[in-house]
Write a protein that binds this ligand. Structure first.
Ligand SMILES: Cc1cc2nc3c(=O)[nH]c(=O)nc-3n(C[C@H](O)[C@H](O)[C@H](O)COP(=O)(O)O)c2cc1C
Length: 256
């Protein structure tokens, strides 16, 4: 079965997972059925605003089947699939399947690994299997809608959630007391001037002279991960608490 893919994937995890989903779907003969796969990362438990803007003009006149995919950094996907579900329905699509997959967290680094190396071989196998099941469902003539909100997070240990929530409250309080926007740090000495970071920035926040427009930066780390010279670095205050509290492996889950 063929598919059309619409992804917002600043650091490439969602793109990898979707290639595996597509491979699984291609093992099924779907005739003329061409579902649309929507792929988003989870940001703060939600669908990112920038993804909404990127997909804003996509509409379906004929109730086209949509496959909803959220990738997240092993903490939680929370409301992201519910957001995406509402978003595609408003644009005339029919959500027939939804899945949540773990990918390396945008803030993961050697010192603070968070779901490092994911999607791994098992994740890719699962994503392929999800794609195959979606293909089978549609090829059998089953176009029934799913409510993506039914898909719930794999629980994290209570203590981890508590510690992380306390950190978030403290961080918010410090931001309220003294608002400051964090952006990646740029090291001119290390920069080779290749310009890849500028071209991959989905927010248009990196200027040609490598200065960063803080009002546009969404902290997605696309620039950091794309820089082979290590000239861009983002030390998120969330990296340590995420690494410390969400190291237990979560598995992909989906509904059809
Ligand atoms: C601003 C921001 C917020 C994030 N919020 C969450 C979150 O709430 N839960 C989670 O598990 N991961 C969160 N992540 C991690 C991303 O969802 C994860 O790295 C995802 O795989 C990125 O997808 P991509 O590689 O396709 O860009 C966040 C990342 C960023 C940059």
């Amino acid at each position: 079965m063929e598919s059309e893919i619409l992804y917002f994937s600043p650091t490439g995890g969602g793109r990898k997972v979707t290639e595996a989903i597509r491979r699984g779907m291609e093992t099924i003969d779907g005739g003329n059925i061409v579902p649309c796969i929507f792929v988003i990362p989870v940001y703060g438990g939600h669908m990112p605003e920038l993804a909404k803007r990127k997909f804003n003009d996509v509409v379906s006149q004929d109730h086209r089947p949509a496959v909803l995919v959220a990738v997240y950094g092993n903490r939680a996907f929370e409301n992201a699939l519910t957001d995406l579900d509402a978003f595609v329905r408003e644009r005339g699509f029919n959500p027939v399947a939804a899945g949540a997959f773990v990918c390396e967290h945008s803030y993961s680094s050697a010192e603070t690994p968070i779901a490092a190396g994911r999607p791994d071989a098992d994740d890719m196998k699962a994503a392929e299997e999800f794609g195959r099941q979606v293909g089978e469902k549609l090829a059998s003539g089953d176009f029934s809608s799913v409510d993506a909100g039914v898909l719930k997070d794999e629980p994290s240990p209570e203590e981890s959630v508590k510690r992380f929530s306390a950190f978030v409250s403290e961080f918010r309080a410090s931001q309220e007391a003294k608002p400051h926007k964090l952006v990646p740090k740029y090291d001119r000495e290390l920069c080779t001037g290749c310009g890849i970071c500028v071209s991959v920035c989905p927010a248009g926040a990196l200027r040609d002279d490598y200065s960063i427009d803080a009002s546009l930066c969404i902290n997605c780390c696309a620039c950091v991960k794309s820089c082979h010279a290590g000239a861009l670095d983002f030390k998120s205050p969330f990296a340590v608490p995420l690494s410390e509290n969400f190291s237990l492996r979560k598995s992909p889950r989906w509904i059809l």
